[in-house]
Design a protein around this ligand. Structure first.
Ligand code: ATP
Ligand code: MG
Length: 471
């Protein structure tokens, strides 16, 4: 593509030059010659009229001698650089400039051959060898035509004049051609070279090499295109990296429980683990199986949201009550870790319109995280606030927090911060991805505020609705 685009412009440029040259050589040349002929004929006609009305008529009337008229004609002929003649009606040459006396005839002279025009080009009935422009003016005495004043000028004179004009046209064309060359150069520099850079980079990107950066800093559409492509390449390269990480995480999360299950079963079977210890290891196997189960479950769940296939079962329910119930289900773990709940709920009830089971899952995942990443003897606060037809639900802990540069990634599948790995070995890193998908499916928002070592707060919104009437 890159070569042909430039080639097209070059061909266009050369074609423009050739066509311009041909147009001048044919069309312009012909038009110019016609114009010069007409213009010269018109001025010669004026002279012929003058000569016919003043000198020739006087000569016929006998007011001027032949010598006087001839000398006048000679003077005008030199001035016009033309041959001037006086012809009788039948073609006899009575006076001819440059000659003393003439008695010759113009054979086959017929004034009607001029038609309606006062001039013609040709050999003038064979009187001249070269092509000549001949103009006539009748000599009229007492309303009768007595003869004609003829003015002849060789066409070669006119052609020489035309050639002068055409040379100027060629020079103008050459200057235009040069200007076009400068424009072509500018085009090459401002459009073609940047596009070639972009095409090369695009080729690199298509081959999976996202390292290539397009170095174009202009403030126009091409600069904007280059910047967009650079941005796209950076995004794609991180996407590719994320995908690699995703696969690595999936494999790792499946492999480690499977390896330990296999190891313990083998040890039990070959008697490495004594009979009385088997219970302990069977419990570990159960734990790992549960983890695998949870992992598979979560992946299935995510797949469902990813495909946008899940239908929400929207109903109106009291979010305060839902929060209380979910919090209660964590009582056992909370006692174990000495963690207490503080519920700050708006009023008695707060009705929202959403899919209750999905919102329970959101709350479960958020509170589960808050407990997992909290220190013993701390408090988890769940708070609801009503504002602008929305309920803001916040789950806040004072645990390990999330490092600043990880905050954006926690919504990604399988993502776990390094901080959390030590605290929670069971986690799959899928919980928040599911939460995000559920909230998005409700067309609502979820945000996180966290400071490493201080704590974390997740806030999501749900639409408020009127309390359903009891019937
Ligand atoms: P799962 O939810 O499947 O058990 P998980 O809890 O590790 O696994 P997510 O719920 O998706 O996965 O959370 C992703 C990561 O975000 C966590 O591993 C942790 O690093 C970080 N995170 C989430 N909530 C908190 C929190 N309240 N405090 C500190 N870090 C958190
Ligand atoms: Mg979680």
């Amino acid at each position: 593509m890159k070569r042909t685009l430039y080639l097209k412009f070059l061909i266009g440029y050369v074609a423009f030059g050739i066509l311009g040259f041909l147009t001048i050589a044919t069309f312009t040349s012909r038009l110019t010659l016609n114009f010069i002929e007409r213009d010269t004929a018109s001025s010669l006609y004026r002279e012929a009229n003058l000569l016919a009305a003043n000198y020739a008529a006087n000569y016929y009337r006998g007011n001027m001698t032949l010598e006087d008229v001839t000398s006048h004609f000679n003077a005008v002929s030199t001035y016009l650089d033309a041959t001037i003649q006086v012809l009788s009606k039948n073609g006899q040459i009575l006076i001819s400039s440059g000659q003393e006396a003439s008695t010759s005839m113009v054979e086959n002279f017929d004034i009607t051959a001029f038609g309606t025009s006062y001039y013609q080009t040709g050999s003038f009935f064979g009187a001249f060898e070269e092509e000549t422009l001949s103009v006539f003016s009748p000599i009229t005495i007492n309303y009768k035509v007595r003869g004609y004043v003829m003015v002849h000028q060789p066409v070669t004179d006119l052609v020489a004049l035309k050639d002068g004009f055409i040379n100027i046209s060629y020079m103008t064309l050459a200057i235009i051609f040069l200007c076009a060359f400068i424009v072509l150069g500018l085009f090459t520099y401002t459009v073609f070279l940047p596009i070639r850079k972009i095409t090369r980079a695009a080729k690199d990107y298509s081959e999976g090499n996202f390292e290539t950066q397009i170095n174009i800093q202009t403030n126009d559409e091409i600069g904007y295109l280059a910047a967009s492509l650079n941005y796209m390449a950076t995004e794609l390269s991180t996407l590719e990296e994320d995908q690699r990480k995703f696969i690595a995480n999936v494999s790792h999360d499946f492999r480690s429980p499977l390896t330990s299950i296999k190891g313990y079963i083998e040890a039990i079977m070959d008697g490495t683990i004594p009979h009385e210890m088997q219970d302990k290891y069977l419990n570990i196997i159960l734990f790992e199986t549960e983890r695998l189960n949870k992992l598979t479950q979560s992946m299935l769940e995510l797949n469902k949201y990813g495909a946008r296939g899940s239908m929400l079962d929207i109903s109106s329910f009291d979010i305060n009550n839902t929060i209380k119930l979910v919090a209660q289900s964590f009582e056992g773990i909370c006692q174990e870790k000495k963690i207490s709940f503080e519920l700050i709920l708006t009023g008695q009830t707060s009705f929202v319109s959403a899919d209750i089971s999905k919102i329970q899952q959101v709350l479960y995942n958020l509170i589960d995280n808050a407990i997992k990443f909290s220190h013993p003897d701390s408090t988890i606060t769940v708070e609801t606030t009503e504002k602008n037809e929305k309920v803001f639900i916040s789950v806040k802990d004072t645990g390990i927090g999330i490092p600043k540069d990880c905050i954006k990634k926690i919504w990604e599948r399988f993502y776990k911060t390094d901080l959390s790995r030590g605290k929670d070995k069971r986690g799959t890193g899928l919980g928040l991805a599911i939460v995000k998908d559920i909230i998005s499916a409700h067309n609502e928002n979820i945000n996180v505020i966290s400071t490493e070592g201080v704590g974390t707060e997740f806030i999501f919104t749900l639409p408020l609705t009127a309390e359903p009437s009891m019937s």
